[in-house]
Write a protein that binds this ligand. Sequence first.
Ligand SMILES: Cc1cc2nc3c(=O)[nH]c(=O)nc-3n(C[C@H](O)[C@H](O)[C@H](O)COP(=O)(O)OP(=O)(O)OC[C@H]3O[C@@H](n4cnc5c(N)ncnc54)[C@H](O)[C@@H]3O)c2cc1C
Length: 414
Amino acid sequence: MIQTFTTQNTQPIRPHICIVGGGFGGLYTALYLQKYRHLRRSRITLIEPKERFLFTPMMYELITNELKEWEIAPTYSSLIAGTSISWQQTSASAIDLARQTVTTSQGETLTYDYLVVANGAESRPVNIPGVQEHALTFRSLEDSQRLKVRLDQMVRSLSFENPLKNPRMPIPVTIIGGGASGVELAGKVSDYLGDRAQITLIESGPTILKAFATGLRRLAQRALARRKISVLTETLVTNVTAKTLTLRQGNTEQVIPSQLTLWAVGTQPRPWLGEGVPENDYGQRLTRRSLQLISHDNVFVLGDSADVRGRHHQPAPNTAQAAFQAANRVAANLAALTQGKSPKPFNYLHLGDMITLGIGDAGLWSFGITLGGRLAALSRRGVYIFRMPTRRHQVKVARRALSESLNFLKANSI
Ligand SMILES: Cc1cc2nc3c(=O)[nH]c(=O)nc-3n(C[C@H](O)[C@H](O)[C@H](O)COP(=O)(O)OP(=O)(O)OC[C@H]3O[C@@H](n4cnc5c(N)ncnc54)[C@H](O)[C@@H]3O)c2cc1C
């Protein structure tokens, strides 16, 4: 591709910004770029194979039917309508930094002036026998659909049982991983199945939610206890079958029944798609404070696949919160670079943590304040609606939340 350059500097007149990955890092960068008037003439290509963006923090609400798929998984075509973003529904298969090209899995080669890579993370493979075959993961829309099918099958099979012949035994369900995802899954699955299930949450460390504030952890422990969810800490899973789990606590091993096993442990950054670039031990690309790749001024990396550091070299977490804050900085730095200005450093600001603890229940912690219960659930929903991509989508989701609340008030004659 032949580029046209201005006479004053070396910036292309109509730069091509290519973005790999349409998650919190990539999609939000593309959307934030729309704020800059001088970039209206630039070409912005978003390379993303999936049809729908996924607002992962609210995926749990699909289990309990509190939210519909369109609310947390809007299509890319609806999100980019009316913007200057052109979406290519394909994967990037190779990046050539020297030639400034991205090759797609359909064999097309795109030449870029600026590249943004935010290809995220994936489940980390484990070598515990049976996990791959028998445990369900919960990271994608397909995962949530698979889990819903399993839960509905379990509910249906119970309703066909004759309670006189088979006095109802709760179905054993096990969730492996006591981080945010495991705890959130436990609350929602428990509220969906009610007393038809006995849920066990298994954590290898001494406590659940170890990365969270004490107040939030206590709220979660109380919410799990109210739902009679057993929590086993310092427990390792050593084997998984279709109907059992083998657990090791110290030197003791025991086999417990598990009709449904959910795996909520461990991710790894998706690999870089070209010649080696500097990475940390975990496989994340090293960045400068401006989020540029160490070796290349015109390449930005962000999100779960990037090692992003703050002023005092502290790492930003691998969260949606960090990714969309970084997206704002990447867009501002691209806007600066395309005007021949210097990029600025990214400073991650931890605004707080929010977790769902079941239907109409949540915990949140922000700047030292902890809140639980229905108010926290409402605040969480409000904040997340506000964080969804595009004003148009936010309004659609907010409208449904409002009409649902009005129906609730009417139905309860409040
Ligand atoms: C169930 C769940 C709940 C979560 N809850 C929270 C929460 O409450 N709060 C929070 O802050 N974070 C939460 N997270 C974490 C959050 O989702 C991630 O930190 C965030 O999505 C990272 O953004 P990203 O842009 O790096 O990656 P992603 O958002 O994962 O986006 C990566 C994108 O790249 C695409 N891609 C992959 N390979 C290629 C390729 N070769 N070519 C083109 N595209 C490619 C993928 O399809 C994907 O769309 C949660 C995650 C999960 C799974």
